[in-house]
Design a protein around this ligand. Structure first.
Ligand SMILES: NC(=O)c1ccc[n+]([C@@H]2O[C@H](COP(=O)([O-])OP(=O)(O)OC[C@H]3O[C@@H](n4cnc5c(N)ncnc54)[C@H](OP(=O)(O)O)[C@@H]3O)[C@@H](O)[C@H]2O)c1
Length: 305
């Protein structure tokens, strides 16, 4: 099957390669044009502009965007809306907020351009392992692109989740769970690290052990095993954890729907704390203990607040 891909970052590039290996024809465009030409050396057709990409594709076209969510994705949907034809399908494979999908669908609907939202999981390992893919939109559009999904995903690794937004919604919850699982592993290993046995325990060996038959084995723990190999105390790594939106949206969804999700919320807040955003509240605690109980406080060397 033929597909156009716009966005050849860590995800888009490897997805294109996997599709090509599966016998599909890939036409591609990327802001940094050299990446599209790099892919062309492996058998894709490279376009230098969005218009060129659309010209390369045979209607009804399938165009897959693999860009950062938010501005970049919205701008590209607007730009491609002026280039695509009625009956074409645009797939947003980014980690877009599911409510943005309604605006994207409504923008394309007057031109009879169909819209699918695709939540994709698999990261940089997806090229070899396949991409678990969650699709929202019209079922008939999903069925049209199914040959592509079969190639992208591992066996039985894709699902039609429901109407517009359902794919990104499912992916959002998936990522919320990921936050909580990561947090639990982090806390468990921190307890090992602060234990009386710390000088005896090998964290890399324990991660490896727990991946062999234990109840908490998982792919995340396999990744931790790999991260700890050769540097079991993670020397040189700053304890700074970024986030890219899905955890926040999951927590907002918990609030909106009145569904308790304390573990995911705590995992999100721990990431904020890792960036120093809990420092002021901790100063308040120290100051209050000092005020009411005369408890000692630690002063910074050059006080600034
Ligand atoms: N990485 C993961 O593990 C993962 C997993 C699942 C889903 N996702 C989602 O997949 C999407 C792509 O992620 P990624 O990891 O591939 O990102 P990435 O490696 O940072 O690549 C981003 C891609 O988007 C292009 N781009 C960025 N800003 C742009 C702009 N303003 N205008 C035009 N093009 C722009 C980049 O072009 P240049 O080459 O010119 O910079 C590049 O091709 C994101 O929505 C991400 O959340 C990522």
């Amino acid at each position: 099957m033929q597909i156009g891909i716009a966005g050849l970052g860590r995800m888009g590039m490897n997805m294109a390669l996997r599709l090509m290996r599966g016998g599909h024809t890939v036409c591609c465009y990327n802001r940094t044009i050299s990446k599209a030409h790099e892919l062309a050396r492996q058998g894709a057709r490279a376009a230098d502009t969005p218009a060129q990409l659309i010209d390369m594709l045979t209607p009804p076209r399938v165009l897959w965007l693999m860009l950062p969510s938010g501005e970049a994705t919205r701008e590209h949907i607007e730009r491609f809306a002026g280039l695509l034809s009625p009956g074409d399908i645009l797939v947003d494979g980014s980690n877009s907020f599911f409510k943005d999908d309604f605006a994207h669908r409504d923008l394309l609907a007057p031109m009879n351009i169909h819209y699918l939202d695709a939540g994709v999981s698999g990261g940089i390992w997806g090229l070899e392992n396949g991409y678990c893919t969650m699709i929202g939109g019209e079922r008939s559009d999903f069925e049209h692109i199914e040959p592509l999904l079969k190639t992208l995903a591992p066996e039985n690794g894709y699902l039609y989740c429901g109407p517009c937004g359902a794919g990104h919604f499912t992916k959002m919850i998936h990522n919320g769970i990921e936050y909580a699982m990561m947090q639990a592993y982090g806390e468990g290993f921190a307890l090992l690290e602060s234990s009386p046995y710390r000088d005896h325990l090998r964290f890399d060996e324990i991660a490896a052990l727990w991946n062999r038959g234990s109840v908490i084995r998982s792919w995340l723990l396999e990744l931790l095993e790999a991260a700890l190999a050769g540097n079991a105390t993670l020397d040189g790594l700053e304890p700074f954890v970024d986030d890219s939106g899905e955890g926040r949206w999951t927590v907002l969804q918990a609030v909106e729907s009145g569904t308790p999700a304390p573990v995911i919320a705590q995992a999100l807040f721990e990431r904020y704390a890792s960036r120093g955003h809990a420092d002021f509240s901790r100063k308040i605690l120290a100051a209050l203990r000092n005020q009411f109980g005369g408890h000692a406080v630690k002063k910074t060397e050059t006080p600034n607040t």
